[in-house]
Structure formats: structure tokens, C-alpha cells
Design a protein around this ligand. Structure first.
Ligand SMILES: Nc1ncnc2c1ncn2[C@@H]1O[C@H](COP(=O)(O)OP(=O)(O)OP(=O)(O)O)[C@@H](O)[C@H]1O
Ligand SMILES: [Mg+2]
Length: 242
């Protein structure tokens, strides 16, 4: 086990982050003092038992949620000081999010689902279609643009979700259990897609419960009870994840 190190400048840095939920008398410390730096072109697997805070961390990293305590810096700037427009820009253009349950609009076609972030970004229709088609090409779904989600296989749905995350060319891709609902062969295909995106220079952070999925990453962060238990290089040759 080699502790993860990186001499570069982090693109994301969180410091002393806590997320505490108060439910009546009980308090849930979903994150309990997390320090984490994400560097450009990192390929990180976030692991840990159910309830350890993985999704909470991903939502914070993706600026979909705010911490109860602590700091978040994106590109060296404190997110707490950002305007709503600046935050929306990070969410729309800098970070792409892939969810386990795909979160596609059931009545919309593949093309319209992928276009959605561009609608929010205020991009005009013709340009939107062109960008969505390009993203769908990247995930090899050009022949399914008119299908609706229920006319697609699970792996294809996940690829639509990945195309949607890619359509704005974000440099950072966050994926919360992207292979959790897929059989192992389809899961491997999705991972090959992430490997390719990583090769192209993207930063990838994904949550997984499976060692063979985590083996695709270069870095593995383990959470336990809302705290980072370990942060190591993934050694491809040894069984470094044990
Ligand atoms: N909205 C909420 N209100 C109260 N407690 C919450 C809320 N969201 C999450 N929690 C609690 O915070 C803890 C961390 O949840 P989180 O979803 O981050 O876990 P996880 O590591 O992603 O688990 P899993 O592997 O099951 O997806 C859990 O104990 C959960 O019950
Ligand atoms: Mg989760």
C-alpha cells in the first residue's frame, strides 16, 4: 500500500468538511471532517461500506450540496464566495455527474436527454443537437438517438447518462456507482469508456463497491463512518486494495 501523493496543484480541495444531518434527537455525521485534494487527471475510486458517506461526498464535490462545516475550493477559489451564476457554471460546464440510477427523462429521446444540460446552459437549438450528437458518438450510441430510455438496455442507458455528463466537455466527471445496476460485462464496457476519458485528460472520480472496478482507477480513497480511512495508489500488479 503506497499513500497517494501528487506534486501538482489541486483542481478541487476540501478541508475539514462535515455534513451533519439532524433528525429529531439523533445526529447523523454523514461526513465527519474530510480533507481531500483532487488533482487534474486523477482517476479516483471512492470505496467504503454502505452509509460511510460516499454519495454525500460526491454530491458535495459536484456542488450539488453544501457542507455543514468546512471549506471547498474549486480551481483555488472558495466555493462559498461564489455567486449563483458561478456555481451554476461549475455544475453545468466544469463537472459532469453520472448517477447509478441513470436519472434520464423517461419520455425524452436519447438526443433530448443528452441535450438537457445545454438547455440549462442557454445554448441554441442547432448547436445543442450538434454537441449532443458528438457526445453520443463518443459513447457509441449514434444509432440510438431517437430511442426513449425504456427502449434501451441498462448499459445503453448508462451510456446516455455518460454522454449527458460529457456534453458540455467538463474536465471533471463524477460517477456514483455507475456500474452498480449493470451486469459485470456491461460494467466492464462502461469502465473502458471511463478509461478512455481518463486517457483524453479528464479527471474521474467514481464510487464503487467492487474491487475489479476500482482496479481501473489509479487512486483509491476509502471512507469509513464519514472519515477518510486510506488514500492510496492503486497498484495494478498487487492486490493493493485489500
Ligand atoms: N438527507 C439525509 N438525511 C439524513 N441522513 C442522511 C441523508 N442523506 C444521507 N444520510 C445519512 O448519511 C450517511 C451517509 O449516507 P451516504 O448516502 O453518503 O452513504 P453511502 O456511502 O453513499 O452508502 P451506499 O453505499 O449505501 O450508497 C448514512 O448514514 C445516511 O443514512
Ligand atoms: Mg451511495
Amino acid at each position: 500500500m503506497r499513500p497517494y501523493t501528487n506534486g501538482g496543484t489541486p483542481v478541487i480541495e476540501i478541508m475539514g468538511v462535515k455534513k451533519i444531518y439532524e433528525l429529531g434527537e439523533t445526529e447523523v455525521r454523514a461526513l465527519d471532517g474530510v480533507d481531500l485534494k483532487i488533482f487534474p487527471n486523477d482517476y479516483v475510486a471512492i470505496m467504503g461500506p454502505s452509509g460511510s458517506g460516499k454519495s454525500t461526498l460526491m454530491n458535495l464535490l459536484g456542488c450539488l450540496d453544501t457542507p455543514t462545516e468546512g471549506h471547498y475550493e474549486f480551481g483555488g477559489e472558495d466555493v462559498a464566495d461564489m455567486t449563483d451564476d458561478e456555481l451554476a457554471d461549475i455544475r453545468n460546464r466544469r463537472i459532469g455527474f453520472v448517477f447509478q440510477s441513470f436519472n434520464l427523462l423517461p419520455r425524452a429521446t436519447t438526443l433530448r436527454n443528452v441535450e438537457l444540460p445545454l438547455v440549462y446552459a442557454g445554448i441554441q437549438t442547432s448547436k445543442r443537437e450538434e454537441m449532443a450528437e458528438k457526445a453520443l458518438e463518443q459513447v457509441q450510441l449514434s444509432d440510438r438517438i431517437k430511442h426513449r430510455p425504456n427502449e434501451l438496455s441498462g448499459g445503453q442507458r448508462q451510456r446516455v447518462a455518460i454522454a449527458r455528463a460529457l456534453v458540455n466537455n467538463p474536465s471533471i466527471i463524477l460517477a456514483d456507482e455507475p456500474t452498480g445496476n449493470l451486469d459485470s460485462k456491461t460494467g466492464e464496457e462502461i469502465m473502458e469508456l471511463f478509461d478512455e476519458l481518463h486517457k483524453q485528460g479528464n479527471t474521474i472520480i467514481l464510487v464503487t463497491h467492487e474491487d475489479n472496478i476500482a482496479q481501473h482507477a489509479h487512486r483509491c480513497v476509502r471512507l469509513m463512518d464519514g472519515k477518510i480511512e486510506s488514500d492510496i495508489f492503486v497498484d495494478k500488479d498487487e492486490k493493493a486494495l485489500e
